[in-house]
Design a protein around this ligand. Structure first.
Ligand code: BGC
Length: 721
């Protein structure tokens, strides 16, 4: 369809029909849904009328080819102009083949596999009838108390931007109309949802516009530059105004400055939440503020459908605002080819063949091996198949390793850790016990664990948080493992046997009581459907750990937020002339996190040498090359992530101590050396000045090239303009 044809549809629509397009409801409202009529709880109070449903534009959270086709058919029978519904859902890190959580995918530093995971998620979702996924979530995160850090790729703007692009490419492909195996992506949560005060979900976000632009906005922008079709607003305030009614953020910045002309949807109920936030007196004012700001679709509240008509009729808002929103929604339907084929990729037969097929599971396995991060290894890993193993802990035989955002993944389809280890060791040499539940335990459970541990050469502890302990509304103030699991570790420690902890969790934890007690720690996050097999490969050396942290592990929660790209302060602790007391420090704990951004061990070792610059001067016309030789100095093949950071020594505003600018993940055989070269351009040295201009300053810089944000070879150069 061309623009005129779309406009001509809009011209035929009544005001009520247009407004109904702007409301998104969950499937129970729709005829043909498996949940038809199950309208309970807050849904029952929405006050939705029969005609609103008949005219509505999109459905939330339904999937399955059969059901989607049925709902679409019933809808088209009733909808006067035959405008198809859009089906949107949260397909975050897999549809039914569940990949590791996004924070874990980040730790793989593998953009190609990340893209592939999104492509597979899109394919399974598209043939199951979904048109749009509410992903990628690209909120920058620095506070592990916030449960939703598991949905982000971490604390770095550059890395998050790279992953944002990879996910968008994977979900959308290059032609949504012809490629029925792809879905439209919706980047979220705009903006800065990842910075709630105190790490408490939905809480206030308060930061300068400069900080917002410098750190928090770049990944959303990167997703849009990659062609992401939709944006979702966030629940939080941005400079005092909730994002969903924030005209400056949406109309001026997103739509104006960034020229985003796609569909903007509110988060769940966020339009109505303008009332408790205290910026709207009632639903009518909430609708007014959201539509003025530029929100096209109101998700799961009914302020628009109940109030926009009157607001147009009494002259408070111009009908062209509504026409614009409808135009964007219909354009997306057209881009997806729904006017020609309202069922799009939905195909029951293919669904049976392709969803959770072996090929998809293999990729999930591969990505899971690359996402786990080895944090400690006192010469105990990899294990030998002949060692007798006691596998102990609430995650030993537990399928709850998919993470809180995997509504279609099922525990029954999941490879548990025990299943994986069984493939490596004779069954008579594995003993398994729970030891305790995740948050509680009994003496009998503990005794059983101690008994089996006695019979083993080595103890593998499978510990962690249940998936409800992170994710949305999953904030925690104490981010240690639950007390009962810490007790389990210390009781087993008394046996003086080698112990390895495998951790399943959605956030960086405070590892006291773990790291100091065991010989090795493998951070497995929520590794997804193939998790148990992938972890077993790593434990037994059939794969070599190559994951590197993309979010710092705090030494203690008292440091939070703790992140690698911080400012130096006027009294840095490590300055040569630092005093003993009057420096920026804690009296009781170090300033440094327990494990920094970029950190992760391997079963081999890598050495860095011959770091060189192609020139000591860089100009806007003449970039420089930064090179280093990396050697696998160990005994087995392994992958290393070579990281390039810069420091702008003197800025107009304070510059971070280090900023990631590029990275390469390479495979090296034992003894092999490769030269890795990065190009640094003037553009990469730009930053937001106090007047919000994005530009670079002439002067001195340091490039650091190394294995993580803490270690690396330093090289000085100058930007000359
Ligand atoms: C979450 C979003 C999600 C939406 C729809 C909200 O509660 O914040 O991330 O996309 O629900 O399920």
């Amino acid at each position: 369809m061309n623009k005129h044809q779309l406009i001509s549809i809009i011209e035929q629509m009544t005001l009520e029909e247009k407004i109904a397009q702007l409301t998104q409801l969950a499937s129970p409202f729709f005829e043909g849904s498996d949940h038809e009529g199950q309208i309970t709880g807050p849904m029952a109070t929405l006050g939705i009328k029969e005609e609103d449903i008949r005219n509505s534009g999109s459905v939330l959270g339904t999937s399955g080819a059969k059901e989607v086709i049925r709902i679409q058919q019933a809808h088209l029978n009733k909808n006067r102009l035959g405008i198809p519904l859009l089906f949107m859902a949260d397909v975050i890190h897999g549809y039914k083949t569940i990949f590791p959580i996004p924070l874990a995918i980040g730790c793989s530093w593998d953009l190609e596999l990340a893209e592939k995971s999104a492509e597979i998620a899109a394919k399974e979702a598209a043939i199951s009838g979904i048109h749009v996924t509410f992903a990628p979530m690209v909120d920058l995160v620095r506070d592990p108390r916030w449960g939703r850090v598991m949905e982000s790729t971490g604390e770095d703007p550059y890395l998050n931007s790279q992953f944002a692009r990879a996910f968008v490419r994977g979900f959308q492909g290059t032609n949504l109309k012809n490629d029925l195996n792809r879905v439209a992506a919706c980047v979220k949560h705009f903006a800065a949802y990842g910075a709630p005060e105190g790490g408490r979900d939905y809480n206030t976000v308060n930061m300068s516009e400069r900080q917002l632009r410098e750190s928090y906005l770049s990944a959303y922008k990167a997703a849009l530059d990659e062609g992401c079709e939709m944006v979702m607003t966030s629940f939080n305030t941005v400079d005092g105004i909730p994002a969903t009614g924030n005209k400056r953020l949406i109309r001026n910045l997103l739509r104006g400055e960034w020229e985003f002309d796609g569909v903007l949807i509110s988060d769940w109920g966020a339009v109505k939440e303008l009332i408790p936030h205290g910026v709207a007196e009632n639903e009518s004012e909430a609708a007014y503020k959201a539509i003025q700001a530029g929100v096209d679709i109101e998700m799961m509240s009914s302020c628009y459908v109940k109030n926009l008509k009157q607001l147009v009729e009494n002259g408070s808002i111009d009908e062209t605002l509504i026409d614009g929103a409808v135009f964007r929604i219909l354009s997306l339907k057209d881009k997806l080819g729904l006017f020609d084929n309202p069922y799009r990729g939905a195909d029951e037969k293919l669904e049976k063949e392709i969803v959770l097929c072996n090929e998809h599971r293999q990729i999930a396995h591969k990505l899971a091996t690359k996402s786990c991060v080895l944090l400690k290894n006192e010469a105990i890993l990899p294990l030998q198949p002949k060692q007798r193993v006691a596998l102990i802990g609430p995650f030993a035989q537990n399928g709850d390793i998919l993470g809180p955002w995997s509504w279609l993944g099922s525990k029954e389809d999941t490879i548990q850790l025990y299943d994986g280890i069984k493939l490596k060791v004779k069954s008579s040499d594995i003993f398994v016990a729970k030891g305790c539940e995740i948050e509680t335990g009994t003496e009998e459970q503990l005794d059983e664990a101690l008994t089996i541990a006695h019979q083993a050469d080595v103890i593998i502890l499978a510990l962690g948080e249940s998936s409800e302990m992170s994710g949305e509304a999953g904030s925690r103030a104490d981010i240690r493992l639950p007390e009962v699991q810490l007790q389990l570790i210390s009781r087993l420690k008394e046996l003086r046997k080698p112990m390895i902890a495998v951790l399943f969790n959605g956030r960086p934890l405070d590892l006291h009581g773990v790291i100091d007690q065991v010989d090795a720690v493998l951070e497995a996050w929520y590794p997804g459907t193939e998790g148990g097999g992938a972890i077993a490969d790593l434990l037994y050396g059939d794969a070599n750990p190559s994951g590197r942290l993309t979010m710092s592990f705090p030494y203690s929660v008292g440091q939070v937020p703790v992140y690698y790209n911080y400012f130096n302060t006027g009294r840095p602790k490590d300055a040569p002339d630092a005093q003993e007391r009057y420096v920026s420090q804690y009296l009781d704990i170090p300033n440094e996190p327990l494990f920094p951004f970029g950190f992760g061990l391997s079963y081999t070792t890598f050495s860095y040498s011959e770091a060189t610059l192609s020139s000591d001067y860089l100009t806007p016309e003449q970039p420089i090359q930064v090179s280093v030789q990396v050697t696998n100095s160990g005994e087995i093949a392994g992958e290393e992530v070579i990281q390039l950071y810069i420091r702008d020594v003197v800025g107009e505003v304070v510059r971070p101590i280090k900023e990631l600018k590029a990275f390469h993940k390479i495979m090296l055989h034992p003894g092999e050396t490769k030269t890795v070269t990065f190009t640094l351009t003037e553009e990469q040295l730009r930053y937001y000045h106090s007047d919000l201009q994005f530009k670079s300053d002439a002067g001195e810089f340091i490039a650091y090239i190394g294995p993580n944000s803490k270690e690396g070879l330093a090289l000085m150069f100058k930007l000359v303009k």
